[in-house]
Design a protein around this ligand. Structure first.
Ligand code: SAM
Length: 369
């Protein structure tokens, strides 16, 4: 197999290497990048379409009208996705998250979940299988997704107040239905449900405390995400970011918090718990506290291009290999070569580059959030 395949003993010895999980077979063809990061997580965008028009992600003025969505025959089929996923698993991937666009819009998504749930690591362990969704179809689909083998769900929700939610999502969809979707997911065994709230100053930061109060004590984990400079269309400005430190101070003044020790390598969220034992929250500080050092994630776009960073300007076309008839060994070798050359750490370098000079970027709905 191609790529820099490093025995796990040696990988562990590297001073800055994120820990390699104990369940990886020592003979597995684990591949490490130039910063000694293994390829543990794969996010797969199953559609670039969404029924919401969140102003920070798919603003209507860019995504309605002339925007060209990926045509159906350009999308990876479920068989192609599963075949690639199997190859990723051979190279160390342990966790797959389906995203988009809105993944629950992809027809018969339960079948893809079932196919991925059948995959096993070289030690015969199942993968961690999750979906990120806006929750609009979750009430209808939660039970079938759980039955198909999905393990966890993350639901995006930016406000409790309907008017604020409408302003953020730019659709007329009731918050109550998203909340019902969250409860349906928990009832189906897909919990603890993570609830992602992107915070943009002046748009929904007045919802931080109502959201914290509502989700506290319900067994769900609310995570606050700093508004990020992804894509080219969301008009990002640093002034619109509410840094996690400010957000924690606002919550902590009413609901005292303490830090929770991080146990998962490569986790994006910092964990906090309420001192009164009523639950946990997370902060994702991709602007104020970049976390590239242990980034073990890759993203597969709707049409099968592999992106090594959320801020990449180009991808690696794996679909071309699939459709040209490459066998699994050849694709695994290509993947090894791509990952072992990876040295992206955009977020940490952000200080040196402004949005204006950092070039054209890929939209999140295309490579998967
Ligand atoms: N449609 C699904 C959903 O709403 O969760 C999945 C795709 S969405 C792109 C995935 C996640 O990315 C969501 O939690 C969304 O809020 C987040 N996201 C999108 N644009 C963002 C931005 N500019 N900054 C921070 N998070 C963003």
């Amino acid at each position: 197999m191609g790529g820099r395949v490093v025995p796990i003993r040696d990988a562990r010895a590297r001073r800055h290497a994120p820990p390699v999980p104990a369940d990886i077979d020592r003979s597995a063809a684990l591949v490490l990048d130039r910063l000694h990061r293994p390829l543990l997580d794969l996010r797969i965008s199953v559609t670039d379409r969404c029924n919401f028009r969140c102003v920070y992600c798919m603003p209507r003025e860019h995504f309605d009208g002339d925007h060209r969505y990926v045509a159906h025959d350009e999308l990876l089929s479920f068989e192609e996705i599963t075949r690639l996923a199997r190859i990723f698993v051979r190279r160390g991937t342990r966790k797959i998250r389906l995203t988009g666009g809105e993944p629950l819009l992809r027809r018969d998504i339960e079948s893809l979940v079932r196919m991925l749930a059948d995959l096993r690591t070289e030690l015969a362990l199942p993968l961690e299988l999750a979906i990120t969704t806006n929750g609009s179809l979750l009430k209808r689909k939660a039970a079938a997704l759980a039955e198909a083998g999905l393990q966890r769900v993350t639901v995006s929700l930016d406000a409790l107040d309907d008017a604020v939610f409408r302003r953020a999502s730019d659709v007329d969809f009731p918050v109550a239905q998203v909340l019902e979707g969250i409860e349906a997911a928990a009832a189906a065994g897909l919990g603890p449900v993570k609830v992602n709230m992107v915070v943009k100053r002046g748009l929904n930061d007045d919802q931080i405390l109502p959201m914290a109060r509502y989700f506290r004590g319900r067994g769900h984990i609310l995570r606050f995400i700093e508004f990020m400079d992804v894509g080219n269309s969301n008009g990002w400005r640093l002034d619109d970011v509410v840094p996690s430190a400010e957000l924690l101070a606002r919550i902590g003044a009413e609901l005292p918090l303490e830090a929770v020790e991080q146990t998962q390598p490569g986790a994006v969220a910092q964990r906090w718990r309420y001192r009164d034992g009523s639950g946990e929250i997370g902060t994702i500080s991709s602007i104020s506290h970049a976390f590239c050092g242990d980034c073990t994630r890759a993203r597969l776009s709707t049409e099968g291009s592999l992106y090594l960073c959320l801020f990449s300007q180009s991808g690696h076309d794996l679909r071309a290999l699939l459709r040209a008839g490459a066998d699994d060994r050849q694709i695994a070798a290509a993947l090894g070569a791509i990952w072992s050359a990876r040295e992206d750490r955009y977020s940490e370098q952000r200080g040196a580059a402004t949005p204006a000079d950092s070039g054209r970027r890929i939209e999140m709905s295309y490579i998967g959030g």
